[in-house]
Design a protein around this ligand. Structure first.
Ligand code: MF3
Ligand code: CO
Ligand code: CO
Length: 254
């Protein structure tokens, strides 16, 4: 299947889903502190999605995923399964939210720093966010998917970080994961051209150490093989006639 072009009516539904996913990240922020367990964060998000937003938490039961959000702490790269372990001062955590509203998905994640984190961790978190935004700035009709990976990789390597290649961004819409695979590494000018109406995520994962990952026995949680720190940020993006629109933008980013 090739990359879907969304109709104006679908784009409107994706705007709504994207905004709601962003709202969950804003809602949960004050709870992301030392002493809270990731299971508690999962429950607060689950109840907010289901009872306040009337959205469906897309991860819950997705291919057997047991929780409503993903929480990836420190050397966990992505798809961390919430558990009873409490966050502690100095941790960094990615919270990844995907909601379904009126049949359409909004998918976004951000990093939170718990208390005072080391300058090393803080720098990884910031550079990863900057890599995401540099790649978003490449998006306009005529540019190519390869441009995304190219700028992320270039920026990461300049700062001596590695780019995870085992997980990608993805088309998003009626399905959680649609074509194409959006690589976070690659060559500029390669791959398909951006066309107005395409909607996809970019969700780079950068590591302080090597890029290789492995999956824990829970079948989901990906960690860095060398146990080095990892960070990830994700937005859902619409290609417009003149550039892009970030469907999951939060107030703090405007
Ligand atoms: N939200 C993740 C992504 O960005 C996917 C999570 S799949 C799950 O693509 F099953 F782990 F929830
Ligand atoms: Co995603
Ligand atoms: Co996500």
């Amino acid at each position: 299947m090739s990359i879907l072009i969304k109709t104006p009516a679908e784009i409107e539904k994706m705007r709504i889903a994207g905004k709601l996913a962003a709202d969950v990240l804003e809602m949960i922020a004050p709870y992301v502190v030392a002493g809270v367990s990731t299971n508690e964060l999962d429950k607060i998000c689950h109840d907010y999605m289901v009872y306040d937003q009337d959205t469906i938490p897309a991860p819950l039961n997705y291919k057997g995923f047991p929780k409503s959000i993903c929480t990836s702490v420190n050397h966990q790269v992505c798809h961390g399964v919430p558990c009873d372990k409490k966050l502690k001062n100095g941790d960094i955590i990615n919270i990844d939210i995907t909601v379904i509203k009126n049949g359409y998905h909004g998918d976004t994640s951000k990093m939170f720093c718990i208390g005072s984190v080391t300058p090393f961790a803080k720098r990884l978190v910031n550079i990863t966010r900057e890599a995401l935004f540099l790649s978003i700035e490449q998006i306009k009709p005529g540019n190519h998917f390869g441009d995304i990976g190219y700028v992320i990789q270039k920026y990461a390597h300049k700062h001596r970080y590695s780019v995870v290649e085992d997980f990608c961004g993805h088309g998003v819409g009626k399905e959680f994961h649609e074509p194409p695979h959006v690589m976070h590494h690659g060559k500029s000018g390669t791959g398909d051209e951006f066309k107005p109406g395409m909607i996809f995520t970019i969700e780079p994962m950068l590591n302080i150490g090597k890029r290789q990952t492995k999956i824990l026995k829970d079948g989901w949680t990906a960690i860095t093989k060398d146990r080095s720190l990892s960070a990830q940020w994700e937005h859902t993006i619409l290609v417009t006639e003149i550039g892009y629109e970030i469907l999951t933008l939060r107030a703090e980013e405007c």
